[in-house]
Design a protein around this ligand. Structure first.
Ligand code: DNO
Length: 355
């Protein structure tokens, strides 16, 4: 397992020097945030970023994300030109030693939470999701401020985009994803860059928009439709774990055995209401006993089935007075990294692998 840490670039208050001091940290996961979605990431900017990271003693082998333009997701005629750009970005990243690209295919919104600073009983705060709160929001009417989505849309642009999506069924979205990946695979194979789709977070439809990478069935279908090891997933435990029917230990073992888990986002969540209508969870410290997900069981299933890839501690809480970027402060993620590395060391020293 290669432990990495998400870094939001030179303006991130969690600096490379701090990340470097976390035990067993090998690299950062980052992106070129200034390039508009759909444009080619040029060699010069990629190398500049890589040099800066390498100079701090860290690697840049995983990119999160190269965002996919909405026109590709909707299957508009402009998609072919945008896919050509994406291919060139893959080539340029491959040349710079990047091995994995994490991306998602969620229409309009990336990850969605209803609360950014949910206060937990130990005095820390974290991200939380309340179905009841989300059900009261209407992005067609209100200005939303949700973490993790592009706030560069005006209210009118957002309404226009949502209207365009009314004709995009889940079937069509799936076909558009397959079209995108089939076009990309030869380049990925030639450049040895693996695509790792991030599951929908949360893993069900929101605001009437389709979501298709939410369940074991959806992932199986994608793997069958584009049957290349370069078409894999980012196993995000917190995202898939919010889907009440998802058996994460099973999925982790199965996809690791297929060699399709290219990146692990390890995070725990704690359910306070597990009904569909009242779903409420908040993010919790990473260890198994702190949340509702069996982090140990997931790591064990991955280990036993041959996973040895890139991992990062996903979202942390704000602790010790830190007021970090939602989910991405330093301290709790650092604790998470050390917990994950500790579990992994114990697995390596005590258990054989199945393959
Ligand atoms: C949230 C992240 C996501 C992820 C994208 C990948 O914390 O895991 O925003 O980066 O979905 O494209």
């Amino acid at each position: 397992m290669k432990m990495t840490f998400r870094w939001y670039g030179p303006n991130d208050p969690v600096t490379l020097d701090k990340i470097r001091q976390i035990p067993m940290m090998t690299g950062v996961v980052t992106a070129l945030y200034s390039i508009p979605v759909g444009e080619v990431w040029d060699r010069e900017s990629i190398h500049k970023l890589k040099d800066q990271i390498n100079a701090a003693g860290l690697e840049m082998e995983v990119i999160e994300s190269v965002p996919v333009h909405e026109d590709i997701k909707m299957g508009l005629p402009s998609r072919d030109r945008l896919i050509e750009n994406y291919k060139q970005t893959v080539r340029n990243l491959g040349e710079a030693g990047v091995k994995v690209i994490c991306y998602n295919f969620m229409p309009v919104f990336d990850w969605v939470r209803s609360e950014l600073k949910y206060r937990t009983e130990d005095g820390s705060n974290c991200l939380a999701y309340s179905q009841k709160t989300i059900d009261q929001l209407d992005p067609r009417r209100q200005s939303l401020s949700l973490p993790g989505w592009d706030e560069s849309y005006t209210k009118e642009q957002l309404a226009g985009l949502l209207a365009q999506y009314e004709s995009v069924s889940p079937e069509k979205l799936f076909d558009n994803l397959v079209y995108f990946l089939k076009a990309l695979m030869p380049v990925c194979e030639a450049c040895d860059v693996k695509m790792a789709i991030h599951p929908d977070d949360p893993p069900f439809s929101l605001f009437g928009l389709p979501r298709i990478i939410s369940t074991e069935e959806g992932i199986d279908r994608l793997f069958a439709a584009v049957n290349s090891v370069y078409n894999g997933i980012t196993l995000c435990t917190g995202s898939l774990g919010a889907g009440l029917g998802n058996d994460l230990v099973r999925m982790a073992g199965k996809y690791a055995a297929m060699g399709r888990v290219h990146f692990l986002h390890a995070r725990n969540i704690r359910f306070l209401d597990e009904t569909k209508e009242g779903l409420f969870f908040h993010e919790s410290p990473h260890p198994t006993s702190c949340g509702s997900l069996d982090l140990y069981g997931i790591l064990r299933a991955l280990y036993e089935n041959g996973f040895d890839g890139y991992t990062r501690p996903d979202h942390g809480r704000n602790i010790w007075g830190e007021d970090g970027r939602p989910g991405y402060g330093l301290y709790d993620r650092a604790l998470g990294a050390v917990y994950l590395s500790g579990v992994w060391e114990a697995l390596e020293k005590s258990l054989p692998r199945k393959k």
